[in-house]
Design a protein around this ligand. Structure first.
Ligand code: GLA
Length: 684
């Protein structure tokens, strides 16, 4: 059966969450569906951790309870995202196949009693996942409640890499396919270093813990292999489903919270992208990390619909300090996802579990029941989303792309790098945060993508860059693009081998610089940077300086002190009809404000002019724009906009006040369609 690649049959914006009725008696099921109707829930994910209930022994199925549940949901107009339960194989599976258990890098064989898949390379696990997925699809492929399929749960979490014998054997097969000859593998891995040369395929192992640092190229290939094996598991289930069922298939990603899977490749395999996002409680501005995850989910899909599969109504239970969401935060978080393209807002989970490891996790129905603030906000949100049907499918357009490359992250995260301060997550967040505060919407992209539609491309952490991709970025600049490259980019090729000719050499033409030597700073050291661009200022930076050699670039900032004193810190180079910027030190988001304002001028971009903390994103529909505003501030903010505010159904003529902590969705006619409305961002 062909991939449907379409939105499931659900009305409007989907609303609901993970539903685990298997934890509750039947009378609670009836109360649940009644309350779902009160809350406006129209989609629930079921069955995700129910393998032991569905297949009680190998090949022996009990579908009676699920038949009853799906019928009940359907009778109440609630659609189902049906899970395959393969993220938690039953006890009988591990008892019969002890060799299918995951082995850690340190050689520990994982026990039973939690959750987490078996070895991705175990033949018994493969057979078992195809059996259960096929049985479910055969039985429920034509059930009217089922509108989509939810394969597995968060591939790569809690276990991704596996060092079992099955995995080692599969790794050798994968390597033979990739390299064909041992000579090619030895060259790519640089095995002359520390005498690691291989004479037999069977001598190659997984990069398990060893007396010292294991060959980084081997580890990078093992990360690629792990991603490949996990995807093979997904494909096996998806294809088993497609053989019997027509509904779209997804699996829930963890964009920006797990790096084990290459979501660019995964998004090509699913019909609908779905993401789970949880705020990082230690971050007082978690909404910025949320926006990164949402923009990444949209970007990897490349135009496919995407849904927020899970987030929390309040606190989670797995962080060191699980901070509860404050009044209104649930709606703000939900609307931020929606603003960035999500067409479904779902939670983990519907009803809080009384037992088990997640009993302190919030839910749509908390332990306090329906006489609670959280429940009231859940009902309010359901009503609000019910007024936004027309927003579904409206697109988000961005003028800026930030490079996000999982392979580069895998390589950079290995040991023995020049400084522990070199974090791709930190650099991406800092650049993204600057753009978020400036009200500029961002896509994420790979360096090899066609970037020609973007006015500005930022490479905050492109440690691994192939010569081919460097040539593409160079052509992007030549053709008039503005490229900003941050330090520790374009350092190694696809085998984690240093590019010859000095660091950043593959981008020398585009940037007009090359790095002779890294000058990492001691912990806590801060230094001054003299900025002489269109304005003059002294900026503060830390962690990193470089001995930068100019090859045509203009110097816009200079290190005042530190080992790089008097050397160039920020440069700009005219190449073709575009400009290549290089920032060789760690400026914070405030320091970047000054530099980026000149970058924006090169790229023809303008900040929104809105006060910091007023998030505004526009979705473009067929006949109208939707300006979605989320006010994270403690004061009301006036917004220059005209149209109809959909949550209140009020006309807006020129100015809308977005209340402190509040949200608004304004339909504004498209500029060319007449009608007098406008979707300007900015203060009146
Ligand atoms: C993940 C899982 C859920 C649940 C939540 C808790 O996203 O998919 O099953 O464990 O975390 O936050």
């Amino acid at each position: 059966m062909a991939s449907p690649d379409r939105w499931p049959e659900i009305r409007g914006i989907a609303y609901g969450g993970d539903y685990t009725p298997e934890q509750w008696p039947r009378e609670v099921w009836r109360e649940d569906v009644a309350l779902m109707r009160v809350a406006g829930v129209n989609l629930v994910s079921v069955g995700i951790f129910t393998w032991a209930l569905l297949e009680t022994r190998e090949g022996v199925f009990d579908f009676a309870w699920l038949d009853e549940l799906l019928d009940l949901l359907h009778e109440n107009g609630i659609a189902v995202d049906l899970g395959t339960p393969t993220a938690s194989p039953p006890a009988w599976f591990f008892a019969e196949h002890p060799d299918a258990r995951v082995v850690t890098r340190d050689g520990v064989t994982m026990g039973f009693g939690a959750r987490g898949m078996a070895s991705h390379s175990s033949p018994a696990y493969h057979a078992a996942i195809v059996r259960i997925a096929s049985a479910l699809a055969e039985r429920y492929g034509s059930h009217p409640a089922v509108v989509m399929w939810h394969v597995h749960n968060e591939y790569g979490v809690p276990v991704g890499e596996d060092y079992s014998d099955h995995s080692v054997r599969a790794f050798r097969v994968w390597l033979r396919e990739k390299y064909v000859s041992l000579e090619a593998l030895n060259t790519a891995w640089g095995t002359t270093f520390w005498g690691q040369h291989y004479g037999e395929w069977d001598h190659i192992g997984a990069p398990a813990a060893a007396p010292s640092v294991v060959n980084p190229a081997q580890r990078l290939d093992f990360a690629r292999f792990t991603d490949h094996q996990l995807r093979a598991c997904f494909r096996a289930e998806r294809d088993a489903i497609r053989a019997h069922a027509p509904q779209p298939v997804t699996t829930n990603f963890m964009a920006n919270q797990s790096w084990t899977t290459d979501l660019w490749a995964w998004a090509g395999e699913v019909d609908i992208v779905s993401d789970d996002h949880y705020l990082w409680a230690a971050d007082p501005e978690g909404e910025i990390g949320l926006a990164i995850a949402a923009d990444l989910s949209r970007s990897v899909g490349g135009g496919k619909p995407w849904i927020l599969m899970e987030h929390s109504t309040s606190a989670v239970n797995w962080q060191p300090r699980n901070v509860a969401k404050r009044p209104g935060e649930l709606a703000r978080n939900s609307l931020s996802h929606l603003a960035r393209g999500a067409d479904a807002i779902l939670f983990f989970q519907w009803r809080a579990s009384r037992s088990g490891a997640e009993k302190f996790h919030s839910a749509m129905i908390p332990h306090a029941g329906t006489s609670s603030r959280v429940w009231r906000e859940v009902v309010e949100l359901g009503a609000a989303l019910g007024r936004l049907d027309e927003v579904r499918g409206a697109r988000v357009a961005a003028d800026v792309a930030i490079l996000w490359d999982f392979e580069s992250f895998w390589a950079q995260d290995l040991e023995w790098r020049p400084s522990v301060e070199l974090s791709h997550a930190e650099r991406i967040r800092t650049f993204y945060e600057r753009l978020w505060r400036d009200g500029i919407t961002v896509d994420f992209a790979l360096p090899g993508h066609d970037l020609s539609s973007y006015k500005l491309v930022i490479a905050p952490a492109q440690y691994l860059l192939s010569a081919d991709d460097a040539a593409k970025l160079t052509r992007y600049v030549e053709a008039g693009g503005t490229l900003v490259v941050s330090f520790f980019s374009a350092i190694v090729d696809e085998n984690d081998a240093v590019h010859p000719g000095g660091f950043v050499a593959p981008l020398r033409e585009a940037l007009g610089v090359v790095v002779e030597e890294f000058l990492p700073l001691r912990e806590g050291a801060r230094h001054a940077v003299r900025w002489d661009g269109s304005t003059s200022a002294t900026l503060v930076a830390d962690a990193w300086q470089e001995d930068l050699v100019l090859d045509g670039a203009d110097v816009l900032a200079t290190h005042v002190d530190g080992p790089g004193a008097r050397k160039a810190a920020v440069t700009r180079h005219a190449h073709g009809t575009g400009h290549g910027w290089y920032i060789s030190t760690r400026l914070d988001a405030a320091g970047l404000r000054t530099v980026m304002s000149d970058v924006y001028a090169d790229a023809g971009l303008s900040p929104s002019g809105l006060p910091d903390g007023l998030e505004l994103v526009v979705r473009r529909g067929d006949g109208a724009d939707y300006a979605i505003a989320i006010n994270h501030r403690d004061d009301d903010v006036p917004l220059a906009v005209s149209g109809v505010e959909l949550l209140s159904a009020q006309d807006v003529d020129g100015e809308l006040v977005v209340p402190a902590g509040g949200v608004a969705v304004v339909r504004t006619p498209l500029p060319h369609s007449g009608g007098g409305g406008s979707a300007k961002s900015g203060n009146p």
